[in-house]
Design a protein around this ligand. Structure first.
Ligand code: FAD
Length: 500
């Protein structure tokens, strides 16, 4: 069969991949993007592209027979999840021994399913995790660039104070305040003007219509509304969806040859093919890119890959918890699915917690205040290659999550004490108050300056690059996508200047 050749291939279409594709295309490099999920641009029978969280259907999850939402239960009842038909849905929950990893599937990767919180990390912590990156340049040039390109905006403060949509956030702020904790507004890529018009009843509801994690039909500037159309608009970038890269090898002349598998939306394999390229960029996410490199090393295709592959993996200290409110403290029937406020205890050296005040967009009063706490610990796991199943395995023990729970507990014990409240024990399937057996923020595996050089070039081979969250060693202290984007902008600028 014909083996197509393109100068550059980008695997994936999340933050790192989309950024890289745009800059390659702008520089005139013909580039092919390969994404295993579908393009989310066509309405289903209900007139919507994505389902909501209350009645999720086949579109919600990646080949499952039942949804697997992060909040497993309410009052221990399995009210949240639904039986669904297997389909190339938008959210995947990857299962490993003692940790599950949520990721987006489709053109735009995690940007399709995430909460849109666009947070630039504190500079001193950034310098700590990536000491070899010129922080001055990052904060002067690449963080502002990423924020601009992603369409980051902030909620109008006056509106925030009197709207219905963020009643739940104001309540949590008052409770935090009583314990002496400060809060900070969190910028977002969701269009807050649109959100205001949703509350005013002027436009179809998305953030106010229980939409998040299975996609947003309106309002959100996901990558398929920002970087990706810009990339395609250069005329040099083409996109191939429902195409999973299985493996790749390098030929004697340096050409990379990828083996791809095309599926249809029902999972039927439509064909296996090959594509060749000179420059190969891995943007398949922390687990995806690390798996591809581990497979290449362990099967002997690229034996010189770093021995540090798979190391420094972390869940960004994610800990989810709920507090039980007094009957008079209602959080409201309408809750914006896009968080806008966080409890900010990052300055505390002992418990440096940044806790997003999360919605419970159940459409009913649950008397629960929910939080996704981002804690900071030195605990790291490792991604390994399992030859028997030809797939990645995540080595992370539940006990490694305990230091993060301890940090979150230190903060929320004080908030509960100051308010005479307690934890909710009914939200995570059993009676635990703190859930960190899953993460939204997988990071690491191909750490910058270790597995790659200081600009994402994979050590041991030329013209091979990593562009995504796997470059960051396990923690950013805040929600990670702005950092992933800014780092990708920085790296591709250097690579284009020196390697093309
Ligand atoms: P990804 O965005 O994961 O993109 C990787 C892409 O590669 C995917 O589209 C995947 O399908 C594709 N792929 C993988 N393997 C292959 C293969 N072999 N072949 C072809 N394609 C492949 N972060 C924030 O900053 N703020 C938030 O508010 C926030 N909320 C979140 C909420 C949820 C529910 C989730 C799941 C995540 C959230 N995140 C948030 C995290 C954020 O979305 C991720 O950190 C980010 O998407 C990671 O970017 P990436 O470029 O590393 O890869």
């Amino acid at each position: 069969a014909e083996r197509p050749y393109v100068p550059a291939v980008v695997i994936g279409s999340g933050y790192g991949a989309a950024t890289t594709a745009l800059r390659l295309g702008s520089a005139g490099v013909p580039t092919l993007m390969l994404e295993m999920g579908r393009l989310w641009d066509t309405a289903g029978a209900d007139g919507k592209i994505f389902p909501d969280m209350i009645q999720p259907d086949h579109r919600s999850m990646w080949f499952r027979t039942r949804t697997e939402a992060p909040l497993a239960s309410i009052l221990w009842l399995d009210l949240v999840n639904r039986d669904i038909k297997p389909y190339a849905g938008v959210l995947d929950r990857m299962h490993f021994d003692e940790m599950d990893v949520y990721v987006g599937r489709g053109v735009g990767g995690g940007s399709l399913v995430n909460g849109g919180m666009a947070v630039t990390p504190e500079r001193d912590y950034f310098e700590e995790i990536l000491p070899r990156v010129d922080a001055e340049q990052m904060y002067r040039r690449y963080f502002p660039l990423a924020n601009r390109m992603l369409g980051v905006n902030s909620v109008d403060r006056d509106w925030f104070e009197q709207c219905d949509s963020y009643g739940y956030a104001r309540l949590s702020r008052a409770h935090a305040d009583r314990a002496g904790f400060g809060t900070t507004f969190v910028p977002n890529v969701y269009d807050f003007d649109y959100l205001q018009r949703e509350e005013a009843g002027e436009v179809p509801k998305s953030a106010l219509g229980s939409e998040v994690i299975y996609g947003n039909n309106y309002g959100k500037r996901s990558l398929d509304k920002s970087y990706i159309p810009a990339a395609i608009g250069t005329g040099n970038v083409t996109l191939q969806t429902l195409t999973r890269v299985r493996s790749f090898r390098q030929e004697a002349d340096g050409t990379y040859v990828l083996t791809t598998e095309r599926i249809d939306e029902l999972g039927e394999v439509r064909g296996v093919g090959e594509v060749a390229c000179k420059h190969l960029f891995l943007g398949a996410g922390s687990l995806g890119s690390t798996e591809l490199l581990l497979r290449a090393r362990e099967t002997g295709a690229l034996p010189e890959l770093s021995g540090e592959l798979g190391e420094q993996w972390g869940p960004n200290g994610n800990v989810m918890l709920g507090r039980a409110n007094h009957p008079w403290d209602t959080t409201g029937l309408v809750q914006s699915g896009m968080p806008a406020l966080g409890i900010d205890n990052r300055a505390d050296p002992v418990n440096p917690v940044f806790a997003e005040i999360a919605p419970v967009p159940a459409g009913i009063e649950t008397w629960a205040s929910l939080y996704l706490a981002i804690t900071r610990t030195r605990e790291r796991g490792r991604i390994e290659y399992d030859a028997a199943t030809d797939s990645a395995r995540l080595r992370w023990q539940e006990s490694q999550g305990q230091p993060g729970i301890d940090q979150a507990k230190a903060v929320f014990d004080l908030i509960n004490r100051a308010n005479g409240t307690s934890y909710r024990h009914d939200l995570f399937g059993d009676t635990r108050a703190f859930e960190n057996r899953f993460t939204y923020h997988p990071l690491g595996g191909n750490v910058l300056g270790r597995v790659t050089d200081d600009f994402g070039r994979v050590r041991g081979y030329s013209n091979l690059y990593v562009t995504d969250g796997s470059l960051i060693p396990g923690s950013t202290g805040v929600n990670p996508f702005v950092t992933i984007t800014a780092l990708a902008e920085r790296n591709i600028e250097r690579v284009l200047a020196e390697d093309f």
